[in-house]
Design a protein around this ligand. Structure first.
Ligand code: SF4
Ligand code: SF4
Length: 192
């Protein structure tokens, strides 16, 4: 795995992170960064009280996403140029500009702080610099496979109702009666 869009493999590019000073929270702004972020199962409990969890159907494969903003402006928690829920920000926010993809660790070169000369090295000796590490990365490939097991167990378009779209991407609610804890957190989150 070399790259996905602006995300490049940390082992194949010598990159540095030079802090967030001077950036107007691009990664918190749907107009410049992301409106949604994919979830793994352990993320659900971290986000459902503060953010909506929705499903997307991409090429007949269901997946869950946290809605960070409306795709046009900043996250509602971005206040006075900072995150007002810093300790409770989403696991994806805690890692950004790093993002895992199966066994690869990627870095987003769209983050204006990523450069080839200044600041903290992203990768040291082919490993992610520990300063950027969070627990989400522990056994990430295994966690992702378990997440897909869950998605496959509910992967039937008849169970989903479209509730809107974000940046042109249709988003869905799960409608089949279920006591599954992840479905319960999804439904509870839609009250946000
Ligand atoms: S991580 Fe990057 S995009 Fe996000 S606020 Fe810092 S410099 Fe800006
Ligand atoms: S939770 Fe905080 S860090 Fe994450 S997008 Fe919102 S304001 Fe930015």
């Amino acid at each position: 795995m070399d790259n996905i869009g602006s995300f490049v493999n940390i082992q194949k590019h010598s990159l540095y992170f030079n802090g967030c000073g001077g950036c107007d929270g691009n990664c918190c702004n749907g107009a410049k960064g992301f409106a949604i972020a994919p979830l793994i199962l352990e993320d659900f409990k971290e986000v459902y009280k503060n953010f909506k969890i929705v499903f997307g159907l991409n090429e007949n494969q269901v997946g869950a996403y946290v809605v960070l903003n409306d795709g046009k402006s900043h996250c509602k928690y971005y206040k006075d140029s900072r995150c007002s829920i810093y300790e409770q920000r989403t696991p994806a926010c805690k890692l950004y500009p790093i993002s895992p993809y199966f066994e690869s660790i990627l870095v987003d070169t769209e983050c204006p702080s990523i450069n080839r000369e200044f600041g903290e090295p992203i990768c040291i000796g082919k490993q992610l610099n520990q300063k950027f590490y969070t627990d989400r990365l522990n056994n990430f490939n295994e966690k992702l496979l378990k997440t897909y097991e869950f998605y496959n167990s509910i992967n039937d378009a008849n169970y989903f109702e479209q509730i809107g779209d974000i940046s042109g991407l249709p988003i869905f609610k799960y409608t089949k009666k279920s006591s599954n804890p992840y479905i319960q957190m999804h439904l509870e989150s839609l009250k946000n």
